[in-house]
Write a protein that binds this ligand. Structure first.
Ligand code: BG6
Length: 506
């Protein structure tokens, strides 16, 4: 096959052009679904546009919907309006297999299509299986791949399985899922996606901490008073009411995205920034987070659900009025938590976490709030506008880092107040960063597991939230309400104010 004629591409220059996907086949289960259409295909097209996919590359879609190869190719084209020139080649190479995931014929047909495609393109047997399906079929698909031998790498090739959360509904079901996957795939073949780890700014937590000498000495109980993690969304549950009813904010955001961001914030410096070094330290950090005792849950956790209100100037309905949601629903759309960490670095430093839907602003950030100065040398009146230092890692939007410190207000009087020193990604780097799926798809195809979650991390994260699930599941915590467009229920303020602290206003 002739090499693709692509125009010079400035985006590719300066990027890690050596990390290109090897020739291969990406098998997408759930190929007719929403995730494939909205995220995976556009991400693949961007990779091809950046010239990070080889010419010998194909997608083999699998789903229950009856479609021909040509229908699937049309679907690939529709998913990416204004595609770059390489996309047409990939579409031409691609194929589709219709069938039930529970039916062995689907997988024999798939094996044949994969082999035909590999022969036609001369790719060798580099196979990545992406499960963009409902999680209930993860185990079945993995087993069925095993039955037709697609789970084992052929000589010189690879076989990787990519799955996305939810990884179980609780610790027990997550363990069952792992056991099912491990029947057929080794742990190092399994790539568990948490799309937060694909975000540039989440990775920047590592750069900020370990590429600089000035922050790390301050990164401990000696200087830090507390940590606040905020994952705030303005959206409601949108069209996912049915799914969200079975999840809630603790499962949907805290067990995964919050724990991932937190583990990078809390971890010790790894010996090297590689998959094992980073993941070992992340899991160690999570193991140091104190698992709440059932009797403490009411004191350290608040759960709440949004009522109607106003968000960004629009009147919005309450959660119980959303499509697919029970009018008596007890599902939480907001969680506030106080965690503590039992290790040398973080002893005595509380970690406050809050996440919710229908809050006033879309913002994800990790704020390290430093201790106040030991002695204020200025008259109290002169320092009314002064707060303790804070280092804020802004994960989204307006990605960057802000340091808050005190400065003299210009003028004859000696007044001090807070000022902000700001690093903004947009201003410092002119290149568009790759989006999370682009990054993670490429990593999976290249075989770099650094930004994927290992089985022990998933298990430890479930271990931390499990006592909350158990207590809440027994009706052991009241569900508060909050007006859409507010920063959450009063109880969440009480949670932090009891300790003489306050939530930040991002
Ligand atoms: C998903 C959750 O994992 O993350 C959604 O299921 C949530 O409920 C989304 O809206 C938030 O992701 P992002 O990238 O918009 O912060």
């Amino acid at each position: 096959m002739a090499a693709l004629e692509l125009p010079p591409n400035t985006l590719a220059e300066g990027l890690d052009t050596v990390r290109r996907a090897p020739p291969g086949v990406l098998v997408v289960f759930g190929a007719s679904g929403d995730l494939t259409h909205r995220k995976l295909l556009p991400a693949l097209e961007r990779l091809s546009r950046r010239r990070l996919l080889p010419a010998a590359f194909a997608v083999v879609g699998v789903a229950r919907t009856e479609m021909t190869d040509d229908d699937f190719r049309d679907l690939m084209a529709d998913a990416v309006p204004n595609a770059g020139p390489g996309w047409g080649e990939i579409i031409k190479n691609s194929a589709y297999v219709a069938g039930e995931y529970s039916h062995p014929d689907t997988f024999t047909a798939l094996r044949d299509r994969v082999r035909q495609t590999e022969e036609a393109l001369g790719t060798g047997a580099n196979r990545t299986y992406y499960l963009a399906t409902i999680p209930e079929v993860f185990g079945d698909v993995a087993r069925a791949l095993g039955k037709v031998g697609l789970n084992r790498p052929e000589p010189g090739g690879s076989a990787r399985l990519v799955i996305e959360k939810p990884f179980g509904r609780d610790r027990e079901t997550a363990r069952q899922l792992d056991a099912a996957l491990h029947e057929v795939f080794d742990e190092d073949q399994i790539y568990r996606i948490d799309h937060y780890l694909g975000k540039e700014t989440v990775q920047n937590v590592l750069a900020l901490r370990f590429a600089n000498a000035i922050f790390e000495p301050l990164w401990s109980r000696n200087y830090i008073d507390h940590v606040q993690v905020t994952v705030a969304e303005t959206v409601g549950v949108e069209k996912r009411g049915n799914f969200y009813e079975t999840a809630g904010a603790l499962r949907d955001i805290v067990q995964n995205h919050v724990m991932q961001v937190l583990s990078l914030t809390l971890m010790e410096p790894p010996g090297s920034i590689d998959a094992q070094g980073i993941r070992d330290e992340k899991v160690k950090a999570l193991r140091s987070v104190v698992v709440p005792q059932a009797q403490d849950v009411p004191n350290i956790a608040v759960r709440a659900q949004y009522d109607s209100g106003w968000v960004e100037g629009n009147a919005v309905p309450g959660y119980r009025q959303e499509p697919g949601v029970s009018p008596q629903s007890q599902t939480e759309t907001y969680v506030a938590l106080k965690l503590s960490v039992d290790n040398w670095r973080w002893a005595g430093v509380p970690i406050y976490v809050r996440t919710g839907k229908r809050l006033p602003k879309r913002v994800t950030e990790v704020a390290l709030q430093f201790k106040a100065v030991p002695h204020l040398a200025f008259p109290r009146q002169a320092a009314l506008g002064l707060n303790p230092n804070a280092l804020v890692m802004r994960i989204q939007p307006d990605e960057g880092v802000t340091l808050r410190f005190g400065a003299k207000v210009p003028g004859q009087a000696f007044m001090v107040r807070d000022v902000l020193m700001d690093f903004s990604y947009g201003a410092a780097f002119l290149e568009e960063p790759p989006d999370a799926y682009e990054r993670l798809l490429l990593d999976a195809m290249v075989g770099d597991p650094t930004l994927f979650i290992r089985s022990d991390e998933v298990d430890t994260a479930w271990g931390i939230v499990q006592p909350l699930l158990d207590t809440w599941g027994k009706g052991g915590a009241p569900l508060s309400g909050y007006a859409s467009g507010s920063w959450g229920p009063r109880q969440a303020d009480t949670l932090i104010e009891r300790d003489g602290r306050q939530w930040r206003t991002p």
